[in-house]
Write a protein that binds this ligand. Structure first.
Ligand SMILES: Nc1ncnc2c1ncn2[C@@H]1O[C@H](COP(=O)(O)OP(=O)(O)OP(=O)(O)O)[C@@H](O)[C@H]1O
Ligand SMILES: [Mg+2]
Length: 430
């Protein structure tokens, strides 16, 4: 099932001789496979002493690394002991830990290690990574890690990767640093081309799956800044419609709640043509209306809006779900009290939500009706926060983002329902 490593995969395994060795770059570019091969070799031939495997959490480590290891070497030679926090690999007991699990990092503080494997290094607290470095104190100890790129101000790039002694770049060229302050670290930058085992249609699907910022980071493998317009794939000519065609199902409403700030609600339908439509918007801005509404008044206005929406010769819609800004507990309670069906808390992971909206726009699955004025006024100027990016964080500016948030709630909370509309489907033979 696994074929011999080729090209940069093989090259990186030969060059993984530094104290620290990090594979970074595009998704699915074979960073994990290459680094696991080196780790298996290290487990067999590295110095004696305790070893550690780390993930963002123990659960993600199991899914990303331990399961593939079991597949690779067989269930007899890789035994995961969940409760004990250990894995026995090729007869050697290895501690496992999640960098973000409070207890696990406590446990590591006292260890003296002969080696470590680290998955998803950018997701660790910097203090955890630094502490782990001090624990690798047995002579000859090495660590091996993988990560996808983040912003250029991320601690891992600034403090460590940019000072690596050896760098195999995305184009394959090898740069050796003469800087005396260089760190004993070898850095391997991978792009999708470095994985010769990905079918062309899978690569095409991946490119649809990541849009805007996420395309540059996860497909091209760039450590680029979250800057400028968030939805840079937004195109009025392509995404605005004057007519909403036949709708099979009124999938949901997404609501961003505000009393001083505007409240925005967006109605989303799944069209008979296999596309999604933001068909109508309810928006109340207390500043322009010079009137703040109570939750009861909002609920009434909201129900009036849905009850009077006309489409295909009928009046009134009952969407399957009403996804509400999770911080608007009192408004949610009001909707429940008023008997509105399908009210639920929206999924509020901002970056994942932006990714969902970006995928829908970029793969041309989503259109917005011209009447949705609030959304149309915001979506093209919704921008990343430059101050946050300076600190190495990715988040959008909290300005004119009300309908943009409502759209994120609607699409991200239903992503599992509509992802199948995007073809070709993301399936790859292992
Ligand atoms: N030598 C190989 N033999 C067989 N399949 C391979 C080989 N190298 C890579 N692949 C295939 O490529 C896929 C992606 O590789 P891998 O999981 O190592 O990527 P990655 O860079 O770690 O991706 P991510 O950033 O998503 O974690 C694997 O699931 C596997 O199917
Ligand atoms: Mg991986």
């Amino acid at each position: 099932m696994y074929k011999a490593l080729a090209g940069k995969q093989l090259h990186s395994t030969q060059l993984a001789t530094a104290r620290g060795n990090l594979w970074e770059g595009a998704v699915r570019s074979s960073k994990t496979i290459s680094s696991i091969m080196v780790w298996l070799r290290y487990v067999r031939t590295g110095p004696a002493g305790p070893l550690l495997m780390v993930g963002k959490t123990e659960r993600t480590l199991k899914r990303n690394i331990i399961d593939p290891l079991i597949e690779m070497v067989g269930p007899k030679r890789c035994v995961y002991k969940v409760g004990a926090g250990e894995v026995v690999l090729l007869g050697r007991t290895i501690y496992v830990a999640g960098a973000n699990d409070e207890k696990a990092s406590e446990k590591i503080k006292g260890l003296t290690l002969a080696g470590a494997y680290m998955d998803e290094v950018t997701t660790y607290p910097e203090s955890f990574f630094a502490m782990l470095g001090t624990r690798l104190s047995i002579p000859g100890a090495q660590w091996f890690g993988t990560t996808n790129p983040e912003g250029p101000n991320h601690w891992l790039l600034k403090t460590y990767l940019s000072r690596a002694r050896l760098h195999v770049r995305r184009d394959g060229s090898v740069v050796e640093s003469r800087d005396p302050a260089a760190i004993d670290l070898h850095r391997f930058s991978f792009s999708l081309d470095d994985n010769p085992f990905l079918p062309a249609d899978y690569v095409a699907a991946l490119k649809l799956e990541y849009q805007g910022l996420f395309y540059r980071r996860y497909v091209l493998g760039e450590w680029c800044l979250a800057e400028g317009i968030v939805y840079d794939m937004w195109d009025e000519a392509r995404h605005i419609v004057d007519i909403v065609p036949a709708v099979d199902r009124w999938m949901c409403v997404g609501i961003d709640y505000g009393t001083v700030n505007p409240l925005s609600a967006l109605l989303v339908g799944a069209g008979a043509d296999g596309r999604l439509y933001v068909a109508s918007e309810y928006r109340h801005d207390s500043r322009t209306a010079r009137r703040q509404l109570t939750d009861a008044a909002y609920s009434e206005a909201f129900r009036d809006w849905l009850g009077s929406y006309e489409h295909g010769g009928t009046r009134g819609v009952t969407p399957q779900w009403i996804f509400v800004d999770p911080s608007a507990a009192s408004f949610m309670t009001q909707l429940w009290a008023d008997g509105v069906p399908g009210v639920a808390k929206a999924q509020n992971d901002v970056l994942d939500g932006i990714r969902s909206v970006g995928v829908a726009l970029g793969s041309n699955v989503l259109s917005v009706h011209r009447s949705c004025k609030g959304l149309l006024s915001e979506i093209g100027s919704y921008a990343w926060d430059p101050k946050a990016a300076e600190r190495g964080e990715d988040k959008p500016l909290k300005i004119d983002d009300h309908s943009a948030d409502a759209l994120r709630y609607a699409l991200h909370s239903t992503a599992h329902e509509w992802r199948g509309l995007i073809r070709p489907k993301l399936e790859v033979a292992a």
